[in-house]
Write a new protein. Structure first.
Length: 220
């Protein structure tokens, strides 16, 4: 019995942490390299740090804490969606207030102003996205067969799918999350490299492009 309980607890831990990373990492990567003014390196380190310590236990702590908080305040999956969204947003904002400074400091950020901005930004983001992230946790539990979702907003089309189809959907969501995050860093790197070119190089590049366009036009 104990082994079975340990296995079930481990399954919840892995699924909950994966759901948190899948939902949060692409959004946070975009905010960190734009609104928070952090470098790609610091942002990538922060995402790796958050993911690793998530699988080491913090992800489960966050998810279990959410479950406990919902029980304390009488929030269930059958509660109004607005109530669930408000609770999860408030909960995640409070969690991030403690977690963010540790994460950014460990990730190599030494500017206290940027750490403060990142922390406040993460709290605000948690308040806004806590609901969707909580929704992701409930959805992944359903998709992996751990716990059927009773949320009224959960699509019946997904709810009625076979276990294999549900697991395929979960895998696709994970892949999409990684793809979006990679594209975010690639686009940001391209933009920075372009605008960091000396003015002369940009003029040469523009001149070459114009010359190429003229050649193409003349051939046509």
């Amino acid at each position: 019995m104990e082994i079975k309980q340990i296995g079930k607890g481990l399954a919840y831990h892995l699924v909950d942490t994966t759901a948190l990373n899948t939902a949060a990492n692409p959004i946070m990567a975009g905010l960190e390299i734009t609104a928070f003014g952090m470098s790609d390196e610091v942002s990538i380190n922060a995402r790796i740090f958050a993911s690793v310590i998530g699988y080491l236990g913090v992800g489960s702590l966050l998810a279990k804490g959410r479950d406990l908080s919902r029980r304390i305040f009488g929030v269930t999956e059958k509660s109004k969606e607005k109530v669930q969204q408000f609770h999860d947003g408030t909960y995640l904002a409070g969690f991030n207030a403690v977690f963010a400074p540790i994460m950014y400091t460990y990730s190599g950020e030494t500017d206290l102003k940027k750490i403060a901005i990142g922390t406040l930004g993460l709290m605000a983001t948690g308040a806004v996205l806590g609901g969707p992230i909580g929704y992701a946790v409930d959805s992944f539990r359903d998709l992996t067969g751990l716990q059927n979702s009773e949320r009224n907003s959960y699509p019946d089309l997904v709810r009625k799918q076979t276990p294999i189809v549900k697991k395929t959907i979960a895998t696709a969501l994970i892949a999409a999350s990684i793809g979006v995050m990679s594209a975010t860093y690639s686009i940001n790197n391209f933009v920075r490299e372009y605008f960091n070119q000396p003015v002369a190089e940009q003029r040469i590049s523009n001149t070459n492009n114009q010359g190429l366009e003229q050649v193409v036009q003349s051939k046509n």
